[in-house]
Design a protein around this ligand. Sequence first.
Ligand code: PLP
Length: 473
Amino acid sequence: MDVNEFRAAGHKVVDRLAEYFGSIESKAVFPNADPKMIRELFDEALPEKPESMEDVLKELEEKLLPYCTHVGHPGYMGLITPSPNPVGVIGDFICSALNQNLGVYSIGPSAVAMERRVVRWLTDMVGYGEKAGGNLTSGGMLANFIGLKLARDWASKDRAQHEGVRERWAVYVSDQRHVSVDKAVDAIGLGREALRALPTDAEFRLRIDELEEAIANDKRDGVKPMCVVGLFGTTNTGAVDDLTTLRRIADREGMWLHADAAYGGGMLLSHDFAMKDAGVELADSVTIDPHKWFYAPLDAGAVLVKDETRLTVSFGMKPAYLTDEMEGAEERYQYYVHGFEQSRRFRSLKVWMSFKRYGTAQIGDWVDNNVRQARHLYSLVENDAEFEAASEPPMSAICIRYLGPGAERVDDKKLHAEVADRVERSGRFWIGTTELEGKMWFRINPVNFRTRQEHMERLLELLREECRAVVRG
Ligand SMILES: *Cc1c(COP(=O)(O)O)cnc(C)c1O
């Protein structure tokens, strides 16, 4: 492909995507198609002969686009994958063209500087000081893993990096945690059984009395408290743990405090619902995902650390000389020695461009709109005898369930799963289901700048119709 062909194809793709964004609301959110049929569309041997770009793009039109989940559709309120903001889409295109490798300074001096700046913006947003740093990651999963590894290494006085895990340790978190915490506790060598997933209160916040009891039990059994994970925005209901108290307990017990704000981080930009005194800055490390509630296209997660030298000590192979290097005037920051990943994508470009183009003003407005939509749905459900809500949403995630006439006659799991299926087939919305307090719920979570209040009203009416229909049988 020469430069002229690239230009022509690029223009064509941009025109097509502009049309896509312009007409996204008229599409079915989820493709009503047989998975086997979709698989067979791609069933072909490795191509040997070249095809024209025109033919390749034509194939995308036939095979890829019609069977996408349109997460930018205003009715997409499902798993936390936002409507990607168009500036970020352009950023990712440029990112691939330049192909800067963020692992090492020599493959991207300006890109490294930009990434350092984006990390600084995020640490400022959290309320960390000058000594803070971090890594952009593939997502919250890897960020939680890095946070827990930092905890482990710190708790072992930096022996675990070399000797592995020699002590019996425990990690504490609420039962509303994301599964990535379980995986991280396994990956750092403690094993999943070292995780204490503790009960929550009526607002789905970690119960402090349960935490105290678990710590006391562990200590009695010779297990050392290593880390407590506080949630700033649970995946189910956006619940926020009492980070101030967790900090106090962590200090008393010599534990690391990691805050998981993968989803809830967006609230740090909220104008109208800002959670002052939430205490995110009290954590030793924080997971925050620009690809969730900052509306960046995948992938862009982040782990932030109050003391950035902890990253170096945990991941650098020669920490002493690397610290010197950072203090030198000719600083060449090498991300691969201050983080887990080596070759990696220039993720900060799309985040930088989005913050520049929209400012925190616009992104904060989007966040507020999503919170308002969830609260609007909550107020409708509060006054509706056929539905109940699990809790008043502090963020934009809300769980509701059907309890209209006859609901008690049908299996609650089947009812909610069948209705979510029907909603999917309608093509108008996409929502999830979840289990809370031993019951099934619809999980509805606008992280979407195209969603409007009327969509919440229409969704509730659709749910009512479909629930009634399933109950009637
Ligand atoms: C989504 C989520 C994660 C995982 O993040 P990914 O970016 O999907 O890897 C972790 N924690 C919480 C609370 C989340 O909502």
